[in-house]
Design a protein around this ligand. Structure first.
Ligand code: FRU
Length: 495
């Protein structure tokens, strides 16, 4: 290491230490009311996007957009944690801090989102450096680590110093993967009100050649694509992106073919990666079994974050496995690793609810997994409501409804408690077996609803009172027949 590089990295280390100091102070004053039991969260203060998800040397690494100084978005650091099972996490020291104080600051305004790769054994982070000040210029940078804990910024930074074309809106969130003998990188951007991804290739991660625009919005898919991720799945490639400028915040996917020669991704079909209010900036990685796993930010931009006054904001969704369904769309299922959280199993078979009957489930918990199998052939109801986190007098509740005539699942958080609320929905398909399956994960301030073995997912944050713990089922205007209702209490793992 040369001396100039050493001094820069020493300053980097002292900035990390300042961040850690703020974090340690904030941890002491946290209010635990809405701290999640089994979802990944920052130790304190702010987090947004998951970054650099990777399985490396027998461990999973999660990095994340982090402001260790306050529970609001601010100068972006990379927080860091590891896991051996994607369920239990260990927080590690901050991995990256913005380099504000020395004469070398492609990332003085923040270390924005990016990815991680294994470069011949070296854990390498690829991230967007934001230049300090009002100028919003950004570039792409590298950082490497020998021990997987301490990261040094690369002396060649920035490795891509400016956007390849004029008139682009944004130039950020590099996702790098290997195909054949080469590295490829997609970067999120936009032009003429259309989101797009820029494609680059490299043999050494340091010198990058621009290949062109690999895919672009058709005009209805947002004006800038944040956090793109392009990866092979089965015999297809999938592009995930978080479009800006749409009415509602969402994360989308496209399934298609990748032509590496021409540098073009040709979409064939697409959909929403999640239909809830609180899901954004998803990133994928391959787990130790070569399964494609996705995790997203379980929060939303541009809204109140009620946990802010409790000293923290932001979490990650549960890890979910992505596969291609028979119709070519994505199936999104909770990873089976999560079964290690289960305790106190109760299953009720053949539960028949009469018209307008309410069933009070024999469980009181803010940390639950529920599986319901509904027999549509034996059901005459207009709707069934699954009411979670109900207060004693039922004013407070989070309602998952199935509207049978419309083949629709709705999640209504308007009476869930404080904070931003709303109604989100998706459609379900009815197969020959006439069964609708719902799979719910409830945590202290979140609800994830999986429909029909991964056909759709809805993720929402909720902020109820601690004592609202009731679980009720209501069959509206007709009978509802459940083949089974399985319930587990889920253990606490998150710190
Ligand atoms: C997405 C995003 C990214 C950016 C990061 C900054 O949520 O806006 O595009 O890199 O957050 O924190």
């Amino acid at each position: 290491m040369n001396i100039a590089r050493q001094s820069k990295n020493t300053i980097h280390q002292s900035q990390i230490n300042e961040g850690m100091h703020s974090l340690e102070k904030a941890v002491q004053t946290l209010n635990s009311q809405w701290r999640l039991n089994y979802h990944f969260m920052p130790p304190a203060n702010w987090m947004n996007d998951p970054n650099g998800l990777i399985y490396h040397n027998g461990e999973y690494h999660v990095f994340y957009q982090h402001n260790p100084h306050a529970p609001v978005w601010g100068p972006m650091y990379w927080g860091h944690a590891t896991s051996t099972d994607l369920v239990n996490w260990t927080h590690l020291p901050i991995a990256l801090a913005p380099s504000t104080t020395y004469d070398y600051h492609p990332d003085g305004g923040g270390c924005y989102s990016g990815s991680a790769v294994n470069d011949n054994g070296t854990l390498t982070l690829v991230y967007t450096g934001r230049v300090i000040g009002s100028n919003s210029a950004s570039s792409q940078c590298l950082a490497t680590s020998v021990d997987g804990v301490v990261f040094e910024k690369h002396p060649a930074n920035p490795v891509i110093s400016k956007p390849p074309l004029d008139g682009l809106e944004g130039f950020r969130d590099p996702k790098v993967w290997r195909h054949g003998q080469s590295w490829y990188m997609v970067i999120g951007s936009g032009r003429n009100d259309k989101g797009l991804i820029l494609l680059y290739t490299s043999s050494d991660l340091v010198s990058w050649e621009y290949m062109g625009i690999a895919s672009e919005s058709d005009g209805s898919q947002g004006n800038m694509w944040e956090c793109p991720d392009l990866f092979p799945l089965g015999d297809k490639h999938v592009l995930i992106y978080s479009p800006m400028g749409l009415e509602r915040l969402k994360t989308m996917y496209l399934v298609g073919q990748m032509d590496y020669e021409k540098g073009k991704f040709i979409p064939e079909l697409g959909g929403e990666l999640d239909f809830g209010r609180d899901y954004y900036a998803a990133q994928t990685f391959l787990d130790e079994h070569q399964r494609r796993v996705v995790m997203g930010w379980m929060e939303s931009w541009n809204q109140e974050h009620p946990t802010g006054q409790h000293g923290w904001v932001g979490a990650l969704t549960l890890p979910r496995e992505l596969t291609l369904g028979p119709d070519g769309h994505l199936l999104i299922k909770p990873l089976d690793n999560l079964q290690s959280l289960r305790e106190n199993h109760v299953t009720i078979e053949n539960l028949d609810l009469g018209s307008n009957e309410e069933y009070l489930a024999p469980i009181n918990s803010d940390s639950l997994e529920l599986k319901l199998s509904l027999d549509l052939a034996l059901t005459t109801a207009q709707f069934v409501n699954i009411k979670l986190r109900c207060s004693a007098h039922k004013e407070e509740k989070t309602v998952v409804s199935v509207i049978f005539q419309e083949n629709q699942v709705k999640v209504d958080t308007t009476s869930s408690g404080v904070g931003p609320t709303g109604v989100t929905s998706c459609f379900y398909r009815v197969g020959e077996d006439q069964v609708l399956k719902l799979h719910l994960f409830l945590d202290k301030s979140s609800l994830e609803v999986f429909v029909n073995d991964g056909e759709a997912v809805l993720t929402n944050r909720i902020f109820p009172q601690e004592e609202s713990l009731g679980l009720r089922l209501f069959s509206g205007q007709g009978r509802t027949h459940l083949n089974s209702l399985s319930m587990w209490n889920l253990k606490k793992v998150a710190k």
